[in-house]
Design a protein around this ligand. Sequence first.
Ligand SMILES: Cc1cc2nc3c(=O)[nH]c(=O)nc-3n(C[C@H](O)[C@H](O)[C@H](O)COP(=O)(O)O)c2cc1C
Length: 222
Amino acid sequence: MRTEYSGDGLSESELAPTPLQHVRQWLTDAQARQAERGDVVEPTALSVATVDADGRPNVRTVLMRFLDARGPGFVTDLGSAKSTEILATGGVAASLTWPAMYRAVRFRGRAVPIGRDEIAEYFVTRPWGSRISAWASDQSRAVADRAALVAAYERYAALYPDTGAPDDVPVPDGWGGWRIDCDEVELWAGRRDRLHDRLVFTRVADGDLDTAAAWTVHRRQP
Ligand SMILES: Cc1cc2nc3c(=O)[nH]c(=O)nc-3n(C[C@H](O)[C@H](O)[C@H](O)COP(=O)(O)O)c2cc1C
């Protein structure tokens, strides 16, 4: 099966002055499209690629929970495979893909731990059951069977019962998040005959994702 990509494309004149502004606009477009047409499920789904200490690549999907001038960020278990790989090499790449819109964003850079205050602020917004799971799951490590996982969940549920208060479950020390301090942000827009548009912001100076002078733009062949 072949699908012709009939997207609007992306021209230099349409590009926002900074990577943050452009990514935010595309994310807003994706969320609006999901609300209207329902064909961009989980618009913040972010594929995160890492490399382990032996140079073996790995990839998985998370949700982009943060996006600001410091970079996109996600929450996870700090003892998980992805966190272990990040700690080993520091390098990380990630992509948002919205196939229904023929659009994708690619981030490359270094992973930076998200501060504990920010993590605590975010943790209380999660439903009680998700907060209990953060305690019950030693993410990425083997477990004998599902029953063992459920037993761990029930143990923590009894320890930290749902009182309706935001702080009824403490933040596990081993749970946190990573932000990508980007040195490259690529915007990809699919077009007819595979002649796609690729505009790439590359960091050339100090400054964050919303500092125009920190970035240069070039077009890459599709
Ligand atoms: C749509 C979707 C969203 C997910 N969101 C997260 C997330 O925000 N954080 C997370 O740690 N895992 C999330 N997961 C699970 C990860 O894909 C992965 O299984 C888990 O993080 C373990 O990865 P690792 O063993 O490579 O560390 C999500 C999976 C999917 C399919």
